[in-house]
Each structure stands twice: as structure tokens, then as C-alpha cells.
Design a protein around this ligand. Structure first.
Ligand SMILES: NC(=O)c1ccc[n+]([C@@H]2O[C@H](COP(=O)([O-])OP(=O)(O)OC[C@H]3O[C@@H](n4cnc5c(N)ncnc54)[C@H](O)[C@@H]3O)[C@@H](O)[C@H]2O)c1
Length: 453
């Protein structure tokens, strides 16, 4: 099999896992032949770290990407840059003759998505979107249970995601704090959640209503704490000693090298004040989503909780499946494994029978053990069959962001938003067959013993 020649765009914290996977872990199938980033310091840092491990990889600034693709005869571009720049690199890579692997979210607005769709259609090349959430064993287990029809056909979903004040706050320090960069948490973060639901229930959204606001990471909350002498950022802030959200970039070797020492190039401060009035993303949202098959979902995301994790319940034609997890929280890029899961729960409630627990499949490692499995599936020479439909292409990438983009529009305009008005005629993702969903349901022999009345 021909080795793929890969150029990576975006040399930040998340990109490290991809860089190392491509450069070192799958030598039979992929080779890292180039790097690209707008920040010369972070670009050099990646190159130095690769050099220290015996790899010399050329790097360019954004305007040199096409020349590097030609020179290195690259055939695959890996996009791990800031969310709002994904569209540009996906399109440029496709038009330069490459396939693309893009970190979630595929992009941040419907307009950008439409331009990506045109480039895909005109070039006929592939774009894969990486959803590590799907690859966590317990989420695959939920997929299998639903697929087998354990609760019949899903008719409604309740989904609640909690970010704690450590992890949640971190989105309000960085570029994520502005919708122009990230699409807000409804796109940047919830693309994982909406993708997982689309994949679990094998459906796509049609209409979205939502409400949301920034109610905690506000100047008013800082005043409640008596933090009155705040600066633009933690570094040099007069409240540094009292503020529980103070982030000392000097004290984190990884954050210092990746951000503090490179900020002179582009003014990207990793430690901006989380109470700033310049923030324009929500920290609490509630959305109601209607799916093509008639499923209704209520979804909530809160980013200022004392605990971190999620709870989801699927209500089907035969019963209810509940799943939950606590997640570890981290300051992203600060050297801790993000999103490790623990305290997993998985329970099935049949309509006419006793509820029972299913032993959840535990897994260690970042993002619920999803990262390591995702990298293997992306880059190993023979990834094998895909019975659960884990591999997401641009269609799944597009559908996953459209729920959040529609919710953003719903919040802004105070109305129900249809997906069709944002992007008409979007093809459906490929889902595995699920014949068990509509199989006849046997009633219990003695219905009086299970009567709920
Ligand atoms: N799946 C996951 O679990 C997960 C976790 C974290 C981040 N991510 C995704 O990874 C991507 C990177 O996030 P991160 O946390 O590494 O952020 P980061 O800030 O550490 O890195 C972003 C990089 O993009 C570069 N960049 C910004 N504008 C650019 C431009 N115009 N051209 C080229 N490069 C540009 C920055 O210089 C920086 O090096 C994002 O898309 C994010 O959503 C995914």
C-alpha cells in the first residue's frame, strides 16, 4: 500500500497527538512531510520537537501551503488549526489535489460549509472529520445496544452535558471565547454531542429552537467575588492572588512554551480574563431538536458546574436506555490527559420487565479512550471493517455542526430554525442497517402482572 504523504496545518496543543501519530506511530502507512501554521514560534517548536526525535520536517506560513504540497508531493492534509480557519485549509487542500482529515468542527458557519461542499463536489476528493467521542468504548457499546434494538426504535432523547469551572472556564480564556473563531460552545464543543446523537440514532436534525446566554463568566460574577481590579489577562493581573481562575502560564512548562513564549508573534494570549466583557459565547444553553424520523431531543450544556460529565437517556418503542459518565477536567494543553471518563453508568428499562444494569466498558486514556482508537483507525495501513459506522466523512461533519449553527441562529433571532434553510439538500451520512428497530414487539404473557396502571 502506498504511504500517504501528510502535511499538517495547525501546530497547536491538539495537533501534537496527530503530529506524533503521523510522524512516529504508523510508519507503514503515513509520513509527515510538512507543517504549516500562522505563528512562526509554534511552527518552530513542532519542528524542534520532531528534530529531537530524528525527524526533519519543513514548515511554511499559510501563503506557502500550495507550494509545499507540490514540492513534497503531499496527498493528504490534516487540519488542526483554529476552528474558523478550517474551511480555508480544507478548500485549499482539496483544490491543490489532496484529501483532507479535519479536526472537528468541520467549520463554524453555514456559509463556510456551503463553500466546502462546493469544493468537495468540484474536486471529488474526500474529507474525513475526526470525532474521537465516537471511539470511546462505552459510546460504541451504547451504539451496539441501540443498534441491536434493545429499546426498539428511539423516539426521544434527553441529553445534558456539564463542564466544570476548571475545564469550562478554559474556553473563556482563549480564541474559543468569540463566536467568530469557534462558533461558540454550540458548535465548537457540541459538535461532538450532536454528532454522537446523529450516529447513535442514525438520524439527522430538521428543526432547532434554542435559548442561551452568558450568565456566569461575566463582569458581574467577578464583582460578586469582589474581584474588582481585574486585568485583560492573568499575567500581571492585580487580582492574581485572590482569583480562583488565575492561570499561571509560567508554571506550566507546556503552556509556557506553546503560548507564552510565542505570543509576541500574534498577540494570542492563552490566559485572557474569563470575566471579560469582550466574550460573546454562551455558557448555558438549552435546545430542542426535532429529527427527520420524528425523534425529539432536549439538550442542555452548562459550562460552570462544580462537576464534569454527561447524562443521556434514549426513550424507545420498547423501553429506555440511560447512560452517564463523570469526566476528568483539564486546562487543555497543560500536560494532563483531557476527558478521561469514570463513574460510568448504563441501565436499560424495558417497558414490560425489570430494569437492569449493563456493565459499561471502561477505558483509560484521553477523551474516554477515544483518541488512541481514533488515531489507529485514521492512520494504520489496514483499518479493517467498520460495522458500527465509526468513520465520519464530510456529511457527518456537516450534519453535526448544523444543529449548533441552527441553535446559534435560533438564539440570535429568537425563532425556530430549519436545517434546510441553512443548507438545502445535504446528503445523508451512511449508516449501518438497523432492521431490529421496527421488529414486532411481544407483549408479556400475563399483562396484569406488568400493568403500570
Ligand atoms: N477532538 C478533540 O477532543 C479536540 C480537543 C481540542 C481541540 N480540538 C480541535 O483542534 C483544533 C486546534 O485546537 P487547539 O486546542 O490545538 O488550539 P491551539 O490554539 O492550541 O492551536 C491552534 C493553532 O492554529 C493556529 N492558527 C490560528 N490561525 C491560523 C491561520 N489563519 N492559519 C494557520 N494556523 C492558524 C494557531 O497559531 C495555533 O497554533 C481546533 O479545531 C479544536 O476544535 C479538538
Amino acid at each position: 500500500m502506498k504511504r500517504r504523504r501528510v502535511i499538517q496545518v495547525g501546530t497547536g496543543a491538539r495537533g501534537v497527538a496527530y503530529r506524533d501519530a503521523v510522524a512516529f506511530d504508523f510508519p507503514d502507512s503515513v509520513e509527515l512531510v510538512g507543517l504549516c501554521d500562522a505563528n512562526p514560534g509554534r511552527l518552530s517548536l513542532y519542528q524542534e520537537e520532531l528534530r529531537a526525535r530524528g525527524r526533519e520536517v519543513p514548515g511554511v506560513f499559510p501563503d506557502g501551503l500550495e507550494a509545499l504540497i507540490r514540492k513534497q508531493q503531499a496527498d493528504l492534509v490534516l487540519v488542526t488549526s483554529m476552528d474558523s480557519t478550517h474551511d480555508e485549509y480544507v478548500i485549499r487542500a482539496l483544490r491543490a489535489g489532496c484529501d483532507v482529515i479535519c479536526e472537528k468542527p468541520l467549520t463554524t458557519t453555514a456559509e463556510k460549509l456551503k463553500m466546502i461542499l462546493v469544493a468537495i463536489r468540484e474536486t471529488g476528493r474526500t474529507v474525513r472529520v475526526t470525532f474521537n467521542m465516537r471511539y470511546s468504548p462505552v459510546r460504541m457499546q451504547v451504539k451496539r445496544l441501540l443498534q441491536e434494538g434493545i429499546i426498539g426504535r428511539v423516539r426521544s432523547v434527553e441529553f445534558r452535558w456539564l463542564l466544570n469551572i476548571r475545564h469550562g472556564a478554559d474556553y473563556f480564556r482563549r480564541w474559543h471565547r468569540n463566536k467568530a473563531n469557534s462558533g461558540g460552545l454550540l458548535v465548537h464543543k457540541a459538535t461532538h454531542h450532536f454528532d454522537a446523537v446523529n450516529w447513535w440514532i442514525q438520524d439527522v436534525p430538521v428543526r432547532v429552537s434554542a435559548t442561551g446566554a452568558r450568565v456566569f463568566y461575566t463582569p458581574e460574577q467577578a464583582e460578586r467575588y469582589g474581584l474588582t481590579r481585574r486585568g485583560e489577562r492573568c499575567r500581571g493581573c492585580l487580582e492574581a492572588r485572590r482569583c480562583p481562575f488565575f492561570l499561571d502560564l509560567e508554571q506550566h512548562a507546556d503552556l509556557r512554551r506553546m503560548y507564552l513564549e510565542q505570543e509576541g508573534y500574534d498577540g494570542y494570549f492563552r490566559d485572557r480574563c474569563i470575566f471579560s466583557s469582550a466574550i460573546d459565547i454562551e455558557d448555558t444553553v438549552a435546545a430542542a431538536i426535532e429529527y427527520r424520523s420524528g425523534v425529539r431531543m432536549s439538550y442542555g450544556l452548562t459550562a460552570f458546574c462544580p462537576t464534569e460529565g454527561y447524562e443521556i437517556a434514549f426513550n424507545g418503542t420498547k423501553g429506555r436506555l440511560e447512560h452517564g459518565a463523570r469526566e476528568s477536567s483539564s486546562v487543555f494543553g497543560g500536560g494532563e490527559a483531557p476527558g478521561e471518563v469514570h463513574g460510568l453508568t448504563l441501565r436499560v428499562w424495558p417497558h414490560f420487565g425489570k430494569p437492569f444494569a449493563v456493565t459499561p466498558e471502561e477505558s483509560a486514556g484521553s477523551h474516554g479512550g477515544g483518541d488512541v482508537r481514533l488515531m489507529r483507525d485514521l492512520f494504520r495501513a489496514d483499518p479493517g471493517p467498520d460495522p458500527l459506522g465509526l468513520r465520519a466523512d464530510w456529511r457527518a461533519g456537516a450534519w453535526s455542526i448544523l444543529t449548533g449553527i441552527a441553535a446559534n441562529t435560533a438564539i440570535r433571532d429568537n425563532r425556530v430554525v430549519s436545517i434546510e434553510e441553512l443548507v438545502p439538500d445535504l446528503p445523508l451520512p451512511d449508516y449501518p442497517p438497523a432492521p431490529a428497530w421496527d421488529a414486532p414487539i411481544s407483549l408479556p404473557a400475563d399483562s396484569t402482572s406488568t400493568s403500570t396502571s
